[in-house]
Write a new protein. Structure first.
Length: 257
């Protein structure tokens, strides 16, 4: 329990809870970016390994809520509809991840960051990639492979997946649900991986549990806000968050150089 009680004075807790609520709100509105916001904010007041431990269970819980918000039947229907995208993306992500040891970290970030940024900017100005929803299995497999390559070499499948779903013109409720399914599966893997790594252990588990209430409050607020937005507003907000994510990847790549 030591790590739970020793992260700092009361203002640190207040700041951490504020960060987590904001991260949950962003996720509730656009369906992604929660780990990015939490890691950036929490690591400014605690050690990076504690920040990572703190986000593990909130990420899992919020993704499950997002995936199952319309019920298990709707989630399964979305999985069936996007099964080619999900299967190909998952396989390619695993294969692409094998390239990570031979690629420089800055190179990975500076590869995906400009592409995500360019996509978001061009789409905001009406010249982005558009893919027909009726593209067929081959087109969906190509989209899944592209998202898998980006996710595998960067370790971040969120922005590439969102870019592909947005290019496809996916309806906002289904896009949120599909993102929840994809990220939920990833969050389950994250829990297992960091139990094995020792990041999530008896000392840090209470910290992660303690961050769940503000995360759930934040995503609830975000869902309420998102329900008020039409498809056009949802798409624009998603693109702005993608743009920020892309610029952050570029920033991180430059800092590593």
């Amino acid at each position: 329990m030591e790590a739970f009680f020793d992260i700092g004075p009361l203002w640190v807790w207040a700041f951490a809870f504020g960060v987590v609520i904001c991260a949950g709100m962003v996720k509730g509105v656009v369906g992604f970016a929660m780990p990015t916001v939490m890691m950036a904010g929490l690591s400014s007041v605690m050690a990076p390994d504690l920040a990572l431990a703190a986000l593990i269970l909130p990420t899992l819980a919020t993704n499950l809520w997002q995936a199952l918000r319309q019920g298990a039947r709707a989630a399964l229907a979305s999985v069936r509809r996007f099964r080619v995208f999900l299967m190909v993306g998952g396989v390619v992500m695993v294969l692409a991840a094998q390239l990570v040891p031979v690629l420089p970290p800055a190179g990975m970030l500076l590869f995906i960051g400009p592409l995500i940024t360019l996509y978001a900017l061009s789409t905001l100005f009406g010249r982005g990639l558009r893919v027909s929803p009726d593209q067929g299995p081959k087109g969906e497999a190509a989209m899944g492979a592209l998202a898998g390559v980006f996710g595998g070499i960067s370790g971040m499948w969120g922005p590439p997946t969102v870019a592909m779903l947005t290019a496809r013109g996916t309806e906002k409720t289904e896009q949120m649900r599909v993102q929840g399914v994809i990220y939920g599966l990833g969050a389950l893997a994250l829990v297992g991986a960091h139990i094995g790594s020792g990041v999530l252990r008896a000392e840090t588990l209470p910290l992660s549990l303690g961050m769940m209430p503000p995360a759930l409050l934040g995503i609830w607020i975000g869902f309420r806000l998102q329900d008020r937005f039409d498809q056009v507003a949802f798409r624009r907000m998603t693109l702005w968050v993608l743009l920020i994510a892309g610029l952050n990847l570029i920033r991180r790549g430059i800092m590593i150089l």
